[in-house]
Design a protein around this ligand. Structure first.
Ligand code: PEP
Ligand code: MG
Length: 325
């Protein structure tokens, strides 16, 4: 099997009916980039920038960040690198950023909420990313956006920093795509409005499902409620993809659901454009996409959306895509 997959590495990911998909890697260190290339990634769909801040006593400087981002972006050549701005809070803590004690950290001060409240953290990161943008194909996304105002505020800071750099004679790439993680159900409900402002959405299914079912994503006791195949999740994702496509924007997914063999047929048939996952999963998913016909899967999508339970969806997928079993 590994050998058969190896042959896919240098080809594009195309479904049996000729639809092109992108399968990228989630990376958190530079070593992950090497793996991503060996494992057939077509880009980096999620660059977790937290590694620059972990186990350090001070915030990384703009130059330290610039050098790191430049290394990632250059290594990927013309392939896209989607960098996510600092996503701390929730379960991720940092020594050098003192966060208040919270009873519900997943519902509290995290991700872009920290970025907007502490521009002295967000601004140098954005400047470093902008400076690195000329070395390859960089896209930038903001984590945990909840409202249009938050996206606009983050975007305004990015535009300001860009202008300042250009004013100082420092080069910045012309067409940097600016998007957001879609991880909060309210955003999915409002996707048609967000779609006017973003260049892309990347669905963070880990958090989206956590917030949709009110189930802590790390709590084993309630894990039975964490259901990637639930029709509520599928409806939400379908709505997001349709809203984005109506505005000509693309949609990716960088949560664990993107490499769930039962979810992939549904996601590709619903029109998800990009899948991003840990490298070891990439060729398996690319091989599955190659075998499937999105047109023939439309009745599956229809039936899954109208199913009552995740168990029902699972059975339906097995019926239409017997090889997932
Ligand atoms: C997600 O929420 O699905 C995601 C990719 O982000 P993280 O797992 O880092 O919260
Ligand atoms: Mg998340």
């Amino acid at each position: 099997e590994q050998q058969k997959w190896g042959a896919l590495k240098d080809k594009q990911t195309v479904s049996a009916d000729g639809r092109r998909f992108e399968v990228g890697a989630n990376v958190g260190t530079f070593a992950d980039v090497i793996d991503a290339q060996e494992d057939g990634a077509e880009g980096i769909g999620l660059l977790r920038t937290e590694f620059l801040y972990m186990s350090k006593d001070e915030l990384p400087t703009e130059d330290q960040q610039f050098n790191a981002y430049k290394r990632f972006v250059s290594a990927m050549n013309e392939q896209r690198v989607v960098a996510r701005t600092l996503d701390i809070g929730g379960d991720k803590k940092l020594g050098m950023v003192a966060l208040p004690h919270e009873d519900n950290p997943y519902l509290g001060f995290r991700a872009i909420r920290i970025g907007l409240a502490r521009p002295e953290i967000l601004r140098p990161q954005l400047r470093a990313l902008l400076r690195a943008s000329v070395y390859g194909r960089l896209a930038i996304m903001f984590p945990m956006i909840a409202t249009i105002e938050e996206f606009q505020a983050a975007r305004a800071i990015l535009d300001e920093e860009k202008e300042k750099l250009e004013h100082a004679g420092i080069q910045v790439a012309k067409n940097i795509e600016v998007g957001m993680m879609l991880e909060i159900p309210a955003v999915a409900v409002m996707a048609e409005h967000f779609a006017k402002y973003v260049d892309f959405f990347s669905i963070g299914s880990n958090d989206l499902i956590q917030y949709l079912f009110a189930v802590d994503r790390g709590n084993q006791q309630v894990a039975y409620l964490y259901q990637e195949l639930h029709p509520a999740v599928l409806r939400m994702i379908r709505q997001v993809i349709e809203a984005a496509h109506a505005e000509g924007k693309w949609v990716g997914m960088c949560g664990e659901m993107a490499n769930n063999a039962y979810a992939v047929p549904l996601l590709m048939a619903m029109g998800l454009d990009e899948f991003s996952m840990s490298s070891s999963q990439i060729l398996r998913v690319r091989s599955l996409i190659n075998q499937l016909n999105t047109r023939k899967l439309q009745p599956l999508v229809h039936r899954a959306i109208h199913a009552e339970t995740a168990a029902e969806v699972r059975k339906l997928v097995e019926e239409y895509v017997p090889q997932v079993k």
